[in-house]
Design a binder for this molecule. Structure first.
Ligand code: LLP
Length: 426
């Protein structure tokens, strides 16, 4: 479900034709749908309502301040992983009590910043980090809440770069070690260690890894409670899927059907950290065809967005459905995703202007005929799109546009060359 649809042969975001946005702000540009963002947030909230979760939207997935504010107004807290994200969460009027701070490498400055802000929980990734947090909290006479991130050793069956719950990952500590951490550090007041955190990977397109990870973790919680520790919070992280290739992601309600029964009656405050499942297909990258080129037997569609704008294909060989905004007659797709087939498609590579062979948005893709100047939509680009953009090749970052019904707002302007040099000037 999303709000990008072809109306009269032309792609719209909600009720706004994308061509109109491109006339206004140019290309490339990220375009987001308010209705889709809210729909996905509400779906998670409704599906998990029985366990009254705190939904800490994972800022790293799509960080625009206006989008954070939108979700905050809907009730979201925030999952942050850096001082910058914490700053952003507070700028979006995030309630500090509903902010969780994860990450294996929190600096002292970030820890001070988070104590100052009175965030809800520190998600602890190692003994060394915990010792440092205890030392800083003592120094300041502060008392903070923490959850220990555990690594339940399940295989989320996702890309190796985004798989985090296996034993050999850099995140969290394994379940046996977790008991030792509580025994060694769980009885002091500077850091109240009363929660368990897990995040097994992203995207996880099936419920089984969650069931297995949570079941193992509940076993740990029982053991810890048996040891006399008052565990009151379980943060199950993010990782719910999104539709890239077809309708491959289970809806929020499927995850909840499997997870909620495990949590019922456990006396635990539940935290969720969804990012991708809220933002991914709420955004597209809008780009324009610059040139068509043939090299040997290959047809290239050269567009004005590159790996600096959307790195997922280059980094993870990620699949993003791509289609013209106003396809020639007869080429409006009945559905989107892998395997769209109709007579007259041609095999093409969609590449950007960056000077790297890895600069592609799609390889070996069947696409309708296109020509210079045509607008093209790269779908499901709302999560881990703009946030991973770089300035490689001294390319300014694209603008972000937030559509709501028949209105739209530029919620981040296109960068200028001046912006790019600003931090280098005396
Ligand atoms: N919580 C923690 C501790 C995480 O590490 C992550 C994502 C999330 C929550 C949110 O996961 P989500 O619901 O968005 O799947 N750049 C990669 C994804 C990296 C995910 C990192 N951690 C990509 O483009 O696929």
């Amino acid at each position: 479900m999303d709000h990008f649809n072809y109306q009269n042969g032309e792609l719209h975001c909600e009720d706004v034709p994308l061509a109109r946005i491109s006339e206004d702000v140019g290309t490339p540009a990220y375009v987001y749908s308010t209705a889709t963002l809210l729909h996905h947030y509400d779906a998670v909230a409704k599906a998990f309502a029985e366990v009254r979760p705190i939904i800490c939207y994972s800022i790293k997935s799509c960080a625009n301040l206006s989008i954070c504010r939108l979700l905050r107004e809907r009730g979201a807290g925030f999952d942050v992983v850096s001082g910058g994200e914490l700053y952003r969460a507070l700028a979006a009027d995030g309630d500090p009590a509903n902010i969780v701070f994860a990450g294996v490498g929190k600096t002292d400055a970030e820890i001070h910043q988070a104590i100052d802000a009175r965030i809800g929980w520190f998600n602890i990734e190692s003994e060394a980090e915990l010792e440092n947090l205890i030392a800083i909290a003592r120094l300041r006479g502060a008392s903070v809440n923490a959850a220990l991130r555990v690594n339940p050793d399940v295989d989320p069956k996702t890309h190796r770069y985004t798989s985090t719950g296996k034993k050999e990952s850099k995140f969290g500590v394994d379940l046996e070690r977790a008991r030792r951490v509580f025994n060694d550090y769980g009885r002091q007041d500077a850091v109240r260690l009363t929660g368990i955190h897990l995040h097994i990977g992203s995207p996880v397109n099936s419920v089984e890894p969650y069931v297995s990870a949570i079941t193992k973790t509940l076993g740990l919680i029982d053991a810890l409670r048996g040891d006399g520790f008052a565990i009151d919070t379980l943060d199950i992280g993010g990782g719910f899927g999104a539709h890239y290739k077809a309708s491959e992601a289970p809806p929020a309600v499927r995850y909840a059907e499997a997870i909620v029964p495990l949590l019922r009656g456990r006396g635990l405050k539940i935290i969720l950290e969804p990012g991708r499942s809220i933002a991914a297909n709420a955004g597209i990258l809008l780009t324009r065809v610059l040139y068509l080129k043939k090299s040997g037997e290959r047809d290239f569609l050269i567009v004005d967005a590159g790996m600096n704008d959307l790195i997922r294909p280059a980094l993870y060989e990620a699949y993003h459905f791509i289609w013209p905004v106003a396809p020639a007659a007869g080429f409006v797709p009945a559905q989107r995703g892998e395997g769209v087939s109709m007579p007259g498609l041609r095999l093409m590579d969609v590449v950007g202007p960056v000077c790297e062979s890895g600069d592609f948005l799609a390889k070996d893709r069947m696409l309708p005929p296109m020509q210079r100047g045509d607008l093209v939509a790269v779908f499901t680009a709302g999560a881990y799109g703009m946030v991973m953009a770089s300035h490689y090749n001294t390319r300014p970052n694209p603008p972000e546009i937030l559509v709501d019904g028949n209105q739209y707002r530029v919620v981040r302007r296109r960068e200028t060359y001046e912006d790019l040099l600003a931090a280098e000037r005396e």
